[in-house]
Structures are given as C-alpha cells and as structure tokens.
Ligand binder design. Structure first.
Ligand SMILES: Cc1ncc(C[n+]2csc(CCOP(=O)(O)OP(=O)(O)O)c2C)c(N)n1
Ligand SMILES: [Mg+2]
Length: 658
C-alpha cells in the first residue's frame, strides 16, 4: 500500500461497494443490486469502525463473525472482501460474478471463498445460524477465558424477518441473552412484490423487544448514527436489533426506492446516471487507490487484533485444549467405542435404539469434551442428555446441554452455527416425523458440508399410539434423497454405537440417526472391532450354503427379517439377512462388495416406510414389505400386524419369488 495516499471517506468507501455491485450485476446480467446499494453505508460503518477480521488469516477463531442473512445481496459481501484484500477475491472474481466455477456464486456459499461464514440465500437461515454462532462464542468464552471475545453481526432484510424461522431464532437469542449478537435490519420496506405493506403490518421493533432484545432505529444512510447504534448495541447485555431505515438501490437516481432494483440489472443508462449521482468517474471494475487504502486500514486493524490474540493464546494455560477442540480432535473416541461394543456384544441387551443411543452418547460425551447436545423439548424421549450434562442458561454458558425449546428449525440452524463457529461438535434431537420442520437447515448443513448430528427418534409406526401425525413414513426416503446427508437407521445397540462413531468423526457430512422407540434385541453378539455400519450394509446372518434368498432390513425391521429367515430356514431354505443401516454409506462401497453383500438370489426388502429409494438394493423382480400410506393410532404390535409388516409376510413374499 502506498502510505502517501489519504484514505477515502466512509461515503466514498460505501460508494465503491455500490458501484461494484451494480457493475457486477450488469456484467452477469443477473443478480441483486438493490440491497448492496441500500446497505452500503451501514455495512461500511460496521466494517470501518467495528469489525475485526484479518484477510491474511480469514479463519482465526476470535474474529468477529459477519453473516449476510439477506444472501441475495451477495455482491455486498464479495465487494467488501475484494476491497479488504482477500487473496481469493481478486477483481477477476467480481467480473465473473455468478459464472460457473467462480467464487462469486449467486448467493454466498460457505467454502467457495475465504471469509464466507455461512451459506445464505434461503431467507431467515442466516440470522438463525448466527444465533448458534453467538451461543458458541459465549460457550467458548466460558471455557477459555480470554480466548473468545468476539461479536456476531448480521445483516437481515424484510424477508429474513418475515420468515417463520426468524421467530424461533429471535426468541432463542433473547432468552439466552446473547448480548454479542447484533442484527442490522435493512428496513427498506421493499420486497420483490413491492412495498412491505402489501404483506406485513408487524411492528418489528416491538416484536424483538417482546423477545428480550435491545432495539434501536436509525437512518441507515447516516454512518455516524449507525456507528453510534452499534456502539450502544455492543454495550447492552441483550442481543440487539438496529432498524436501519434505507432506500433500496440508493444511488440509482431513477430506480432507487422501488422493487425494480431488488433483483435485476440497473441497465446501462441508469448505471451512467448513478455514476453521476455518486460522483464516481471511474470505469467499471476500476477502484481508486484511495479507496483501497481506506479498506486496507480496516484489514490492518484486524491483523493487529489477531496478532494480539495469538500472543494471548501462546501463553494461555489451556492452549492445548483450545487447539484440540478447535481441530475437532476425536482420537479418544475410537478405542472407547470399540471397548463399549465389546461389552454390548457380550451382554446383548434388548433396548430401543433411542436408549442405545443414550448409552453410546455416554461414551461419546466422556471421550469428547467438546460435544454440545440438546433437544427441541423432547429430552426425555430423544434421550440426548447424558449423565452430568449441565444445561446452558441465560448468562451462564459453561454447560453443554441446550434446551432448544419447541423450535426444530431454529435448533437445526443453531446447530449449523455452533459447528461453523468452531470448537464444538453439536447434536440435537427431535422426532423423525418433525425432520420436515428442520429440513431447510439440514439441507444447508449438507450443502455446506458441516458435520452436525440430528438425533431423530420415534422413527416409524413402531412408536405406536401417538398415531399417523407422529409416524414417519416418507421421511427416510426424503432424507436419503438429500445429497451429502448420511442417514443411519441402526438395528441394535452395537450398530447404534457404530453410528455415533461415524457421526462424531465425520468432517464434511451431517449425520441423521433414525432411532426406534420400541425395544430391539442385540444381533451383533459376536464382537467385531470393525465399524460394520460404516459399510452401509453387510451380511448379518450367513445362509450357511449357496443362498436361496436374501432378506434386507433396516433398523427395527431387521428383527422382522431375522425372524422371517428362521421361518424360511425351517422350511429348508438358505437365507441371508443383510442389515442395511445406511444407504448412502453403502452406495460409496466398491461395486464388487455391494454385489457380494446383496447376492444374486431373489431379495426381499423390509422397512416400515415407503419403498422409494430402495432401488439401490432391490431390482424390479425383487419384493418389498413396508408402508404405502400413512400409519394409524394403536399399539405398535397391532400396527405391524395391521400393515402386514411381519415375519410371516416377509417369508411369504420370499416364497412368492422362489
Ligand atoms: C426462503 C426463501 N423464500 C423466498 C426467497 C426468494 N426471495 C429472494 S429475495 C426475496 C425478497 C426479500 O425481500 P427483502 O429481504 O426485503 O430484500 P430486499 O428486496 O429489500 O433486498 C425473496 C422472496 C428466498 N431467497 N428464500
Ligand atoms: Mg426489503
């Protein structure tokens, strides 16, 4: 940097963001110029006066987090990163906005470029993920005093605040008193269809205040006012919402203030007019050195903050534990799980896999000090809280168990935020039927490759009397359809332990455990040190000689397949039973192994769910015993009889194939 250059004023710094956004959208002939142009002043005040980030080390643990919840305004983030000097965000990337292979995807994508803290775009996800980040910050501060002292800043739009998930997030953050969470609301009163009064009359300030937030309202184009509000927000012990009254597309003289600037290029004529209005004589993608100098000063301040933090870390008494948690160290887990499996195989307990999950979690939480658990108000059903797990409370974050409340979607997003923050390995529970309530956040964890664990109990009609509202039927199929999500439905306590080992050692994949309410015998009575569940499917019962038929089950229906095998064996048939806890893991195995496990003989699949997705395991000529519609309210054994998911039915289906 040429130190002779007098850095530009904040207004000019903000105008650089505006111009880059409108020029990149124009070049791409697609994108959203309105939000970046409207929030450029507030974002500049935030970065210039507060945000501590270091582009030379974008992932240092104590950096402030900046979440662009209004992900359609991605050019705001890319322009900031470019001006801050991020090595991977050169001007070429801005020129290639929205093109194949560019880091500048339509919406910010975690992992595509440094400093993108979370993938956003589905409105409301960012603010809800930020709640998890702000919680993780406090939890880390409680464990490592002096090493965690950062803020989580969010820019959210009208859309983020209209989405239902925002209610769960705001409620949770207010209750937990996450005072280092600061939300700048882009109060431009415009969405795609037009003015917000077309569709909402909510007093957002009153809504946030009712949930225990500190609320302010400012002119979003007055940097001093925005800065003063941020300063007050930082001092207040409550989470803060600052309503920044802005004009969407500010700087485009003929289009600003209208929904026309939300998501379409301004057009050459309007861009020329905006350049005049903003007093910006420079060509597209040309930034004066004075502007770079001003933004470089922001980066330099962050660099200093990081150096000071590194010095604190170097002499911190818990440096090793901090780094181990940060690295997601899991070396202690393998031996602990193996020893536990050995005990299980010997004792062969008859347990619901949700109970087996609790027992496995005892081992996991003992071996891994950085796990954080929770449930959406179903702790006693999901069995997610192990002995000695202290609850996180408002203002006291030393615990490791979170009462997420009846907020499945907010919980799933917060789990993403805790994992993205770093230092923790989070899991959370609910009923499998309510996975749909969490689904958009599960999808984002899969898209981002964030290893959170979803503990989903009551995984079939086997839950019984609560009836079809609570009985998942299509959920396994729909979750298996999601790329990069490992769904595991273990059949007994040993597979459940193996499933937890897989979940807790995953690095780029979320895991969903589907667990039974009803008791199941232990089938894996011969101890195998290998994690067989990691194979996805394997032969549980050998046929003894050349197979006549292969029965394939998952979870609680492995018991049914095993009983059917005995019936058929009694009639002189050679029957193999394959346990298939995870279709995704099986699909990743070599073709030869898959062929050997499945064999050439006729196959019958059995699962108390719809058949969709079973084509990985079954051919057209094979049979399936399962569900074709919704369940019913009755004791579980009566339901299995009623829906014909029984050993006799499976044996009959097999005989019909022979
Ligand atoms: C969950 C979800 N629903 C719908 C959309 C499509 N969408 C993108 S931006 C937008 C309007 C958002 O309005 P606002 O947050 O006020 O943004 P502004 O127009 O002010 O930039 C909509 C409906 C989306 N991205 N995510
Ligand atoms: Mg808006």
């Amino acid at each position: 940097m040429n130190t002779q250059i007098t850095p530009a004023t904040e207004t000019v710094m903000a105008n650089a963001l505006r111009v880059l956004a409108m020029d990149a959208v124009q070049a791409a002939n697609s994108g959203h110029p309105g939000m970046p142009m409207g929030m450029a002043d507030a974002a500049t005040a935030l970065f210039n006066r507060f945000l501590r980030v270091d582009p030379s080390c974008p992932d240092w643990p104590d950096r402030d987090r900046f979440i662009l919840s209004a992900g359609h305004g991605s050019m705001l983030l890319y322009a900031i990163h470019h001006l801050l000097g991020h090595a991977d965000m050169g001007m070429e990337e801005l020129r290639r906005f929205r093109q194949l292979g560019a880091r500048t995807a339509g919406h910010p994508e975690y992992g595509h470029a440094a400093g993108i803290e979370v993938t956003t775009g589905p409105l409301g996800q960012g603010i809800a993920t930020a709640v998890g980040m702000a919680l993780a910050e406090r939890m880390q501060a409680a464990r490592f005093p002096g090493l965690s002292d950062h803020y989580t800043y969010v820019i959210a739009g009208d859309g983020c605040l209209m989405e239902g998930i925002s209610h769960e997030a705001i409620d949770m953050a207010g209750h937990l008193k996450l005072g280092r969470l600061v939300v700048l609301w882009d109060d431009n009163r415009i969405t795609i269809d037009g003015a917000t009064d077309l569709s909402t009359s909510t007093d957002q300030g009153a809504r946030f205040a009712a949930s225990g937030w500190h609320v302010q309202a400012v002119d979003g184009h007055d940097p001093d006012a925005v800065a003063a509000a941020i300063e007050a927000a930082r001092q207040d012990p409550r989470p803060s919402m600052i309503a920044c009254r802005t004009v969407i597309g500010h700087g485009a003289p003929n289009k600003q203030g209208s929904h026309d600037v939300h998501g379409a290029p301004l057009g050459a004529e309007e861009i020329t007019a905006a350049r005049v209005q903003l007093n910006w004589p420079h060509a597209p993608f040309e930034i004066p050195d004075t502007v770079y100098a001003a933004w470089a000063a922001v980066a330099a301040r962050g660099h200093e903050a990081r150096a000071a933090w590194e010095a604190r870390l170097a002499t911190h008494p818990h440096r090793a534990e901090f780094l181990s948690a940060q690295a997601g160290e899991t070396a202690a887990l393998g031996p602990a799980i193996t020893a536990y499996k050995q005990r299980l195989s010997k004792e062969a307990p008859k347990l619901a896999t949700r109970k087996a999950s609790e027992m496995a979690l005892e081992v996991v939480n003992e071996a891994l000090p950085n796990t954080v658990g929770g449930s959406a108000d179903l702790t006693g059903s999901n069995l997610t809280r192990t002995r000695g797990m202290v609850a996180v409370r408002p203002g006291d974050y030393a615990g490791r168990y979170v009462h997420f409340g009846i907020r499945e979607h907010g919980m799933a997003a917060a789990l993403n935020g805790i994992a993205l923050h770093g230092g923790f390995r989070p899991y959370g529970g609910t009923f499998l039927a309510f996975a749909d309530y969490s689904r958009p956040a599960i999808r984002l964890s899969a898209l981002m490759g964030v290893p959170v664990t979803h503990v989903m109990t009551h995984d079939s009609i086997g839950l019984g009397e609560d009836g079809p509202t609570h009985q998942p039927v299509e959920h396994l199929a729909s979750l298996r359809a999601m790329p990069n999500l490992t769904v595991i439905r273990p059949c007994d306590a040993v597979e459940t332990a193996e499933a937890w080992e897989i979940a807790m050692t995953a690095t780029r994949t979320p895991t969903l455990l589907a667990l039974s309410r009803q008791n199941l015998p232990t089938f894996r009575t011969r101890h195998l040190p290998e994690n067989m569940t990691a194979r996805g499917a394997y032969v549980l019962r050998e046929p003894g000689r050349g197979r006549d038929v292969t029965l394939i089950g998952t979870g609680s229906e492995v018991e049914i397949a095993m009983a059917a095998a005995e019936l058929l064996a009694g009639a002189g048939l050679a029957v193999a039973v394959v346990s298939a806890p995870s279709f995704e893991l099986f699909a990743q195995r070599p073709a030869a192994e898959r062929a050997e496990v499945l064999g050439d003989a006729p196959r019958v699949g059995v699962e108390a769910a719809v058949r969709q997705g079973w084509d990985l395991l079954l051919r057209d000529r094979d049979a399936f015993v399962g569900m074709t519609g919704f369940g019913a309210s009755a004791p579980a054994p009566a339901l299995y009889e009623h829906f014909g998911i029984t050993p006799a039915a499976v044996a009959e289906a097999a005989r019909a194939l022979l």
